[in-house]
Design a protein around this ligand. Structure first.
Ligand SMILES: *[C@@H]1O[C@H](CO)[C@@H](O)[C@H](O)[C@H]1NC(C)=O
Length: 331
């Protein structure tokens, strides 16, 4: 009897062991499956506006009214009324927008129909009776420095400088604005550029301007371009009244580099790098000067010219980038 029971129980143990092993295996698969499902659920759920009752809270228009904290849109345009209409229609829907200043440098004044259209857009988009002010800043001479002319009667400190051919969603604009409020002396923008010492010249006072690819490759930048940036309004008056006139003359003559000049000015004041904010760029026009050949060489010339004016290189590079923590998955 005993041996038989022994054999039997040994078989039982063996069977149990096999069952146990496959149970472990299948439970691992189940666990993996559960994790995957959970992960997918979180990814999908986080895309819905209200996730587990945690709202993605956007700042309401009241918030801006109560604290009188908003910004002025300073939009640079040139003979592209259709783009201007599209941009302004878009930006008027962003909370925090207080006034719009169109930098107009064409020989002809804005047409009646354009003015009417824009006024209508601004009035129809007014939220809670919040009236957005719309003004044309008309310039006789056609100079790139026009975009940084002082704007009279600006109630608020923040200026959002933008070209007529790029659109950022309001969420990106709000993010940049809140970054600017944390660092109101800094230039805060979406389009970073870099400079570096020209090693080939063997001279530490010669620099090279680096475009988008250079920033992408190195992860570093030392300027944010004024075609999409927040800055304090005081820099407008400094650009026109305090910056060496030779720099303004140079940008007018060469029809380039007013944005580099502004970056130099701010860096000279703050002694700190600008701040790059992540934003979704939507370019609606495609005929900017940056698409022309020889652009980088001209920009390099500007950098070296301005370094000579300042007697030193004021730009400071960094690799910091501000993002919305609600859009980043893992800490
Ligand atoms: C740079 O800033 C200093 C003061 O911090 C000022 O004296 C100087 O004029 C500025 N340079 C230029 C070229 O604006």
């Amino acid at each position: 009897m005993l041996p038989r029971t022994n054999v039997h129980s040994r078989r039982m143990t063996q069977r149990l062991r096999i069952a146990a092993i496959s149970a472990v295996r299948s439970s691992r698969i189940t666990l993996l499956f559960c994790c995957l499902t959970l992960f997918l659920f979180f990814v999908l759920a986080s895309k819905t506006p209200s996730f587990l009752g945690w709202e993605h809270e956007d700042l309401s228009p009241d918030y801006y009214d109560a604290s009188r904290k908003g910004y002025a849109l300073l939009i640079n345009t040139w003979k592209r009324n259709d783009l201007l209409k599209r941009s302004i229609s878009h930006y008027t829907s962003c909370p925090g927008l207080d006034s719009i200043h169109i930098v107009w440098s064409e020989p002809d004044a804005p047409s009646e129909s354009l003015t009417q259209f824009l006024n209508h857009v601004v009035q129809s988009k007014a939220i809670n009776g919040r009236q957005i002010e719309l003004k044309f800043d008309i310039n006789k001479e056609d100079s790139l420095n026009n975009r940084f002319k002082e704007v009279r009667d600006l109630k608020l400190d923040a200026v959002f400088s933008i070209d007529d051919d790029i659109i950022f969603p309001c969420s990106s604009v709000e993010l940049a604005f809140s970054v600017w409020r944390s660092a109101p002396d800094a230039m805060v923008g979406f389009v970073p550029r870099i400079h570096w010492v020209d090693q080939s010249k063997g001279n530490t006072n010669q620099f090279i301007y680096g475009g988008w690819w250079s920033v992408w490759w190195t992860g570093r930048y030392s300027m944010v371009l004024s075609k999409a940036a927040f800055f304090h309004k005081k820099y407008l008056s400094m650009y026109t009244n305090n910056m060496p006139a030779s720099i303004r003359e140079y940008t007018t003559k060469n029809r380039n580099c007013e944005d580099i000049a502004m970056s130099f000015l701010v860096a000279n004041v703050t002694g700190a790098p600008p701040i790059w904010v992540k934003g979704k760029i939507n370019e609606i026009g495609s005929t900017g000067i940056s698409s022309l050949g020889g652009h980088t060489e001209k920009r390099t010339e500007c950098v070296n010219r301005f370094v000579a004016e300042y007697g030193r290189m004021p730009l400071i590079s960094t690799s910091v980038k501000a993002i919305d923590s609600r859009d980043s998955w893992f800490w």
